[in-house]
Design a protein around this ligand. Structure first.
Ligand code: SF4
Length: 379
């Protein structure tokens, strides 16, 4: 177990060095992708390694010459890392119109440290799934495929795409299996370990990650499980970034057990598969329009995040929800007041914790979490 966990921890502990080392060993290209919805499978089918861009642990310095402090953590961090040259091991970067705030990031990167390959996808910021949106999305994915073929000098056939989709589907299904196990046996793994397992999937080759996950699952099934005590909580939100590991430790140390989540470096990342068909680009496009978990950055009034959360909490018999709000994230902020009211009407206890970049006061968070713990049933 220890040996397996060590390997999951390696990439998230220092992604810059681990990925650069992988590149040096394999002589393959690395493509950074902006969260949350770039179809990584197309990059994988081009024989390159897609890595999801992350929030660094360093204080923002040069980045503030380009983005204001009231931008969210991922925008500030990616810009800061890029202008400092910390992402120069990436041969390319693919961005998308994730939200209004993130729209300027690719242009700042291009003006300061342009990578050898850069692409910007204009994916529809709505869920509709009408013919026009679907055709447009399909064309964007085809454009990415063509640009990668030109950059890599290799044709991305439908067969290669389906092979990649298969490998990615396997990874997603193994991660879902791990989450099912945690629902069944809360506390079987520390929250920080679950987070690092998902995060490492965003950084390392999926083939390697699949092997590690299979070994981990078989070890967990073999090992005995001593039921853990604690109030069951659901983590929601945290769009585009990973929360601090210390925050997850604090939740557990206060006597709560995370049983499920819809955070990005969590269930949101691996929730939905793409089908294997003779039209793999179409399958990736169809996956893009799946409406659950609800994504506020592609908001639509008929799609209700609050209702989805209520359903999940009831099914899990969870005691409450801890909302992790990526600070300065307008899509989440727009929906949060309505979600709060719906949860209150449904009698579901909830607490809001803001997740920032380097400025995070653990003491004030502890106080809020302590009160929440008392609310759902004190020690
Ligand atoms: S965290 Fe929110 S504001 Fe930041 S890029 Fe993601 S959706 Fe946009």
């Amino acid at each position: 177990m220890e040996e397996i966990m060590k390997q999951f921890v390696e990439y998230p502990s220092d992604p810059y060095t681990s990925i650069a080392k992988w590149k040096e060993n394999t002589k393959k290209k690395v493509i950074g992708i902006f969260p949350m919805w770039i179809p990584e499978e197309i990059i994988h089918a081009a024989g390159m390694l897609p890595v999801v861009m992350w929030r660094s642990n360093e204080a923002i310095t040069w980045g503030y010459a380009h983005v204001p402090p009231y931008n969210c953590a991922i925008n500030k961090s990616v810009v800061d890392d890029a202008v400092k040259g910390k992402l120069k091991f990436m041969d390319g970067m693919v961005f998308l119109r994730q939200c209004l705030q993130s729209q300027e990031v690719p242009f700042i990167v291009e003006n300061n440290r342009p990578p050898a390959f850069e692409e910007y996808l204009y994916l529809p910021p709505i869920y509709h799934g009408d013919k026009a949106s679907k055709d447009f999305t399909r064309d964007e994915f085809k454009r990415l495929r063509k640009r990668l073929e030109e950059f890599g000098g290799e044709k991305i056939t439908d067969e290669k795409l389906n092979e990649s989709i298969n490998i990615y589907n396997k990874n997603r299904s193994l991660l879902r299996k791990l989450y099912d196990l945690r629902k069944e046996k809360p506390g079987i793994l520390r929250g920080r370990d679950v987070l690092r397992i998902v995060w490492s999937s965003m950084l390392m080759p999926k083939e390697e990650h699949n092997k590690l996950l299979e070994s981990l699952l078989s070890e967990l099934e073999k090992n005995g499980y001593k039921p853990a005590k604690g109030k069951k909580v659901f983590l929601s939100g945290c769009l585009c970034i990973h929360p601090q590991l210390e925050l997850l430790d604090m939740i557990e140390d206060l006597g709560m057990l995370v049983v499920d989540d819809d955070i990005y470096v969590g269930y949101r990342y691996f929730a939905n598969d793409a089908e294997i068909t003779d039209d793999p680009i179409g399958a990736l496009m169809e996956r893009h329009f799946i409406k659950t978990p609800v994504d506020p950055a592609r908001g639509e009034v008929e799609v209700n995040w609050g209702k989805e959360l209520i359903g999940k909490v009831k099914k899990l018999h969870a005691d409450g929800i801890i909302t992790l709000l990526t600070k300065y994230c307008p899509p989440h902020l727009c929906y949060y007041p309505d979600i709060k009211v719906e949860l209150a009407n449904a009698g579901i206890p909830e607490v809001l914790i803001e997740v920032e970049h380097e400025v995070i006061s653990m003491e004030s968070i502890k106080t809020r979490l302590q009160s929440f713990r008392e609310m759902i049933g004190g020690h």
